[in-house]
Design a protein around this ligand. Structure first.
Ligand SMILES: [Mg+2]
Length: 245
C-alpha cells in the first residue's frame, strides 16, 4: 500500500497557508473515465436535513422493534453504528433484522424541502466519463433521490448495499466488488464521499479521492488522513472548475 501511495502522491504535496501539507494529485477531466459518487450528504447537501430524517426513522424503527423509549432507542442506534459501521449492519448481525424491511422504512422520507440541483446536474452533464453511485443505502432510495435531484440521466449505474453483500463501506470487500462489476480501472477513477474514512479503501486501490466537507463530526473522522487528496464544500462548483474542460 505504501508503494501505491507513493505513486499516487508523487509530486502532489502542496503546503497550505496554515502550514499543513495537502496532497492533491493533479486531476484533469481527461485522466478520469469513471466517477464514483456516494449518495447521502454527497450528491445532496447535508444542510438539506434529509439525513436527520433517515436517522430519526432508524431510531423509530428500533424503538418499535425492541419496545424502547426514544432515548434508549437512540443509544442503541448509536452503539450499533459505532460497532458495525452502519446501524443496518448492527441490526442484521446482532438482531437478525431483515435489511429490506429496515431500508424501506428508514428511506421513506419527505423530499419536499429539497429542490432539484440544477448546478450539480449541469456539472455532471459537462463532466466526461461514466458516473456511478456507490451507497450504503438501498437502490430504491438511490433511484428516488437521483430522480428527485434531476441527476438520474447522468448516472450510469448504482451499486447499493445489497450489491455489497450488506457489508457497508469502508469494508474493502465492497470496493473490490464494485470495480469488478463495472470493470473500473482504479487509476482512472475518482471517488467522491462525505465520510472521510470511506475514501481510504478507494485510495488504497489507486483511485483519486475527493472529500465533500459537511461539518458533521462523524463524517470528518479520518479527514486528516493522507488518503484524502481533494476537498470541497461545493461539489458542483468543484466539478465545474476541474481543469481540462
Ligand atoms: Mg454519505
Amino acid at each position: 500500500m505504501d508503494q501505491q501511495r507513493e505513486l499516487v502522491y508523487k509530486d502532489a504535496a502542496i503546503m497550505l497557508r496554515d502550514g499543513r501539507v495537502e496532497f492533491a494529485m493533479p486531476l484533469t477531466r481527461q485522466e478520469i473515465d469513471t466517477w464514483v459518487f456516494d449518495l447521502d450528504n454527497t450528491l445532496y447537501p447535508a444542510t438539506s436535513n434529509l439525513f436527520p430524517q433517515i436517522s430519526a426513522r432508524m431510531g423509530r424503527f428500533i424503538a418499535s422493534r425492541f419496545g424502547l423509549e426514544t432515548e434508549a432507542a437512540r443509544a442503541l442506534q448509536k452503539q450499533l453504528f459505532r460497532a458495525h459501521g452502519t446501524t443496518l449492519r448492527g441490526l442484521m448481525v446482532e438482531h437478525a433484522v431483515d435489511p429490506h424491511e429496515f431500508m424501506d422504512y428508514v428511506h421513506d422520507i419527505d423530499l419536499s424541502g429539497l429542490a432539484p440541483d440544477t448546478a450539480l446536474t449541469e456539472a455532471l452533464a459537462a463532466l466526461p466519463g461514466r458516473k456511478l453511485v456507490y451507497t450504503n443505502g438501498s437502490r430504491r432510495h438511490a433511484d428516488r433521490m437521483l430522480g428527485h435531484l434531476g441527476l438520474a440521466e447522468h448516472v450510469a449505474g448504482v451499486f447499493d448495499i445489497a450489491d455489497a453483500g450488506f457489508i457497508p463501506k469502508p469494508d474493502p470487500a465492497g470496493y473490490h466488488a464494485l470495480i469488478t462489476r463495472f470493470g473500473i480501472e482504479p487509476r482512472r477513477a475518482v471517488m467522491v464521499e462525505d465520510m472521510a474514512r470511506n475514501l481510504q479503501p478507494a485510495a488504497a486501490l489507486g483511485m483519486a479521492t475527493v472529500l465533500v466537507c459537511t461539518g458533521n463530526d462523524w463524517a470528518a473522522e479520518g479527514a486528516a488522513g493522507d488518503w484524502i487528496q481533494h476537498r470541497t464544500d461545493d461539489l458542483a462548483g468543484w466539478l465545474a472548475a476541474l481543469p481540462g474542460g
